[in-house]
Design a protein around this ligand. Sequence first.
Ligand SMILES: [Zn+2]
Length: 143
Amino acid sequence: MSKAAADQTARGSATLPVRDGEEAWTNEEVAELRTELTDEIVRMHRAIAAAQGELKDLLREAGDGAGRDPADVSSTNFERDQEMSLAQNAREMLEQAELALRLFANGEYGYCEVCEQPIGKARLQAFPRATMCVKCKQRAERR
Ligand SMILES: [Zn+2]
């Protein structure tokens, strides 16, 4: 990215919305949030790779498992399920973080994807991946 483009991004991203009564975002806070999302994406890629590596090992073990103790087999199955749900969670978090970063780039970050109201600074600082306000999120979870 050229310096001019970087400057523009920095300026443009400093306009995240806030809810009534919240202080405006500072450049530092916006930059921090962005860094957190980027770090999260890196972490999730790593977590997925690690879980996939574990799964491969478990499958290999299961593959040459002729004559194995049934207790070993069931603990391997348990571990495999654990790794699969870990990988699944990481994948979902990765998708959310990537979506948030895309919205960031489009200047749409910080607005609830359902009611289009500001998600709020406090919530975004606690959950940078949030793409829904608290109310809409709760409603979505009740469904
Ligand atoms: Zn909402």
